[in-house]
Design a protein around this ligand. Structure first.
Ligand code: NAG
Ligand code: NAG
Ligand code: NAG
Length: 458
């Protein structure tokens, strides 16, 4: 049986890891509910730290209450304010995760000293630029796209869109389609650095009196974002009254059948080589893909055009979109894209705000950081919209505060595994991500919440 002293000795060997462990064991009590979200992710950070360092010295042994108290005393934390505690915890985790393992092990006495006097450490890290200045600098170097590149791509995509509209008008005039248009960040002034993707929206015109949209929560699958489109009024308007009747299965408009036909028409029947040579570029349908996608090449530059068939009724926009393994062939995915961007734009216009600037900065950050690649523009936009309800200051001088708040808010959503859509709280925008993805993103952002600079270094 080991004595408490021995145990404590062992813990000392484990150095910083143990200190953080104790902080975590108690911080939940001290910080209360408000800090719980942060701490969950912090726990993960510490777990990883332990794993990297080869596991805690005293494995699954639970420290008893007495030794915890002693350790708190050792660390000089008894009676510390929750704010200070959180600071300590954060800087300890950051320090640990950014220090090579061997150093963590050897320099335990030094490390404990660091934990003991975080104020000293913070002073040393005082930087020449303020966070706001760094964000603005990042915006300039990593976000702003070259204007001529943007207009070149816009022109190219518009020409292709026009060709497609012409093709349907001339060769398939019976297909009821609305005006095709281009979407995506390029067309909403949300483009970040180089343009790689553009969306071409292909609106299918459906008769309002013949079709009903069934919300996801009223279908067997019960995924709020996945809707069904049901044929109605068959007694007055028999089958065949609508062009789209040929694409129904069991009374529902089948996204699969619509896709199969459009896929064949756009990808196989359109003469892309000849359209390409006319537009002075090479256009290739990207085959073997579940999406309708074109690759456009001119000189060394490559652009992908995603073609998205959409149906809209009563302000509900549904798109034909690939969802992994849903196994259902009639489902249509609700899109809030336009609503999100319109709302952000309106808010920014009303107060000269920097919300969209924030969105672009985070888009660039996620694009450049492999651990954050799965965080989409929609996750970011919705986080900013939620935060806009709580915060009214979105001017340039608020940039640093909002930046940090966005990171923390995201960490909170990831911790819960639920990011409600701004336009429909029952839709969880994280439902597409695996648990591992969520952990990975949460961990990275947690580190960033302690040290926001790290997101801006590239
Ligand atoms: C649109 O709204 C009207 C009236 O609110 C309703 O009767 C109709 O079923 C709705 N359409 C769809 C596609 O849900
Ligand atoms: C929100 O989603 C739920 C679940 O699919 C649905 O019942 C409801 O109609 C949706 N609300 C809006 C405004 O789209
Ligand atoms: C669309 O149809 C094509 C061709 O049949 C298929 O390869 C592709 O996977 C389909 N995509 C979706 C989303 O169903």
């Amino acid at each position: 049986m080991e004595s408490t002293v021995q145990k404590r000795g062992k813990r000392r060997e484990d150095g910083l890891g143990t200190a953080v462990d104790f902080l975590l064991a108690n911080a939940r009590l001290v910080l209360g509910v408000g800090g719980a979200a942060m701490l969950g992710i912090a726990t993960l950070a510490v777990k990883r730290l332990m794993d990297r360092a080869g596991g805690p010295a005293d494995g699954d042994e639970k420290p008893d209450q007495k030794s915890i108290t002693e350790s708190w005393e050792e660390l000089g934390l008894v009676g510390a304010s929750p704010k200070l505690l959180r600071k300590e915890l954060e800087s300890a985790v950051m320090k640990a995760t950014s220090t090579p393992i061997k150093m963590v092990k050897r320099q335990d006495s030094k490390q404990s000293a660091t934990v003991k006097s975080p104020k000293l450490k913070l002073k040393k890290v005082q930087l020449i630029l303020t966070l706001q200045e760094k964000i603005l600098q990042y915006h300039q170097t990593h976000v702003t796209a070259a204007a001529e590149e943007l207009s070149r791509v816009k022109q190219q995509a518009t020409a292709i869109c026009t060709e497609m509209q012409q093709f349907f008008r001339n060769k398939h005039p019976d297909v009821p389609l609305g005006e095709m248009n281009l979407g995506g960040s390029l067309f909403h002034d949300l483009q970040v650095t180089t343009v790689s993707h553009v969306c071409l929206l292909l609106p299918l015109s459906i008769e309002e009196k013949l079709w009903n949209f069934i919300p996801g929560d009223q279908t067997i699958l019960n995924i709020p974002q996945l809707w069904l489109v049901r044929r109605t009024s068959l007694e007055y308007f028999p089958r065949g009254s609508s062009y789209w009747d040929r694409f129904t299965v069991g009374g529902y408009l089948s996204s699969k059948l619509v896709n199969d036909t459009l896929y064949k028409t756009v990808m196989e029947l359109m003469n892309w080589p000849s359209i390409g040579s006319m537009l002075d570029c090479i256009i290739r349908p990207v085959m073997g893909n579940r999406e309708l996608k074109l690759e456009v090449q001119k000189e060394q530059r490559q652009l992908f055009i995603n073609i998205l068939p959409t149906i809209t009724m009563n302000n509900t926009v549904l798109i034909l979109q690939e969802r992994e393994n849903d196994g259902f062939e009639n489902l249509w995915c609700q899109s809030f894209y336009t609503a999100e961007n319109t709302k952000l734009q309106d808010l920014d216009t009303s107060d000269q705000g920097f919300r969209r600037c924030c969105l672009k900065i985070f888009k660039a950050i996620c694009k450049g950081n492999p651990a954050l690649k799965k965080l989409t523009s929609s996750h970011l936009a919705n986080t900013i919209l939620h935060l806009s309800d709580a915060e009214s200051g979105w001017t340039e001088t608020d940039l640093a505060d909002r930046f940090q708040q966005i990171v923390r808010t995201l960490v909170g959503y990831l911790e819960e595994g639920f990011l409600p859509s701004y336009f429909n709280a029952s839709v969880n925008l994280l439902s597409d991500l695996s648990e591992e993805d969520i952990d990975e993103i949460g961990y990275t952002l947690y580190c960033a919440s302690c040290d926001p600079d790290f997101l801006l270094q590239r």
